[in-house]
Design a protein around this ligand. Structure first.
Ligand SMILES: *Cc1c(COP(=O)(O)O)cnc(C)c1O
Length: 396
């Protein structure tokens, strides 16, 4: 049974390109700009940092954290990454459909009855559970080709993965199957961004598991653990593959890590002023009378809303940049519109560029600042901009 048609996936998931009617940056009123030169520089910075003996598996799950997986994958591979990771099989198929043939690992879900597609497309899968492994074996045994697999060990995150104790039973079971190529083993850290002691404990558990398996005759081509935070803070976690996500995109997994000196943000989100009006004092603005002008105010209307990834309530973006200056949002965020107060910014005109995320003039609204506004983290800021907002790729 085929779960996914590649062509469907491309139509549904591909970052909007100007070749689809109505979908180009000129037809949609806001745009995510992805700076591929900044991305390339970040990848090269990571490359230098991890050293020549460590491979880089670029994590491009969730449409490359909202940046567009095919373009990010190509740029990462051209600048020092040699492998890719995604969250599920649909994302992996999208990468292959884009003509990218680099080693590719699904970190999360790969349904047993879709395993044939993984084998056909040379997509590695994670084996994280003994019962699921048996289903995968049953589903794949009579299919042509070999299935690449990485064992995922839960070393203390309490999420996906086999326990260290179960790992050897799992490996022994998999060894009897000629069509499984057990090429990797990995784990994931729960708080590499904030707790070096706990990270060390996880690391020790993982090292013991790998060493125990080696004694039993299991040697893996790839051993990996480091996410962005561990890559920066913990040399010992590198093994022979690192799995950076967030730092590829130029953001810091924790505010005080020194990565800030080497990387810069890749994504910006911009729109334009749709209309400007001068309202008398005490005028209602927006649905539900959610704002009243205090004096005479200049209000600008922008064509973005919660359908594009802003939040309605209670916490949302507080400010945007117009003419290089900060303008506060006033009134409610609507599905496709917001209103901002530009009374203090001279000469704002219809069509003026507005930065929702990114720099304008001498100021910058970064994902970290937005994360504070919405009570979340920079990861969520990047990934919550709606897929319908066109991504456009720029070089400096
Ligand atoms: C998302 C993810 C990563 C990347 O994490 P960052 O913090 O973005 O670097 C690495 N490994 C696994 C298993 C992941 O799910």
């Amino acid at each position: 049974m085929k779960l996914y048609e590649t062509s469907d996936l491309i139509a549904e998931r591909a970052p909007a390109s100007a070749s689809r009617p109505g979908d180009g940056p000129h037809h949609f009123p806001s745009c995510v700009r992805v700076n591929l030169d900044a991305l390339a520089a970040n990848v090269r910075w990571i490359r230098a940092r991890i050293g020549a003996d460590v491979e880089m598996m670029a994590v491009v799950k969730a449409n490359a954290y909202g940046h567009g997986a095919p373009a990010v994958a190509r740029t990462a591979l051209a600048n020092g990454a040699s492998m890719l990771a995604v969250a599920n099989l649909a994302e992996a198929i999208e990468i292959r459909a884009a003509g990218i043939s680099a080693p590719l690992l699904v970190l999360g879900a790969a349904a047993p009855d879709a395993i044939g597609r993984a084998m056909e497309l040379n997509i590695g899968i994670s084996i994280y559970d003994y019962a699921v492994a048996r289903q995968i074996l049953a589903a794949s045994r009579h299919l042509p080709g070999r299935l690449k697999a990485h064992i995922k060990v839960d070393s203390g995150m309490g999420r996906l993965g086999v326990s260290p104790q179960e790992a050897s039973k799992l490996c022994r079971r998999l060894r009897t199957e000629r069509h499984i190529e057990l090429e990797g083993i990995f784990t994931h850290f729960a708080k590499a961004d904030e707790d070096p002691i706990y990270t060390d404990e996880q690391l020790t558990r993982f090292e013991r598991t790998v060493a125990g398996l080696a004694t039993a005759g299991f040697r893996f081509k790839y051993v990996h653990a480091a996410n962005s935070a561990a890559l920066i803070t913990c040399q010992r976690s590198l093994f022979n593959v690192a799995r950076p996500g967030l730092i590829l995109y130029g953001l810091n997994p924790a505010p005080d890590l020194d990565a800030a000196f080497g990387i810069r943000p890749v994504m910006a989100w911009t729109t334009q002023v749709l209309q400007i009006k001068m309202l008398p004092p005490d005028s209602p603005v927006g649905y539900g009378d959610s704002y009243r002008t205090k004096g005479v105010e200049m209000i600008a209307v922008l064509p973005v809303g919660y359908a594009d990834g802003l939040r309605r309530t209670p916490y949302t973006w507080r400010e945007v940049l117009v003419r290089g200056r900060r303008a506060p949002l006033v009134g409610r965020v609507n599905m496709e519109k917001i209103t901002i107060n530009v009374t203090d910014i001279p000469d704002v005109a219809i069509g003026d560029s507005v930065a929702l995320l990114g720099a304008q003039g001498d100021d910058e609204i970064g994902a970290d600042e937005i994360a504070k506004w919405i009570g979340s983290n920079n990861y969520e800021v990047l990934t919550s901009i709606a897929p319908r907002v066109p991504r456009s790729y720029i070089l400096e």
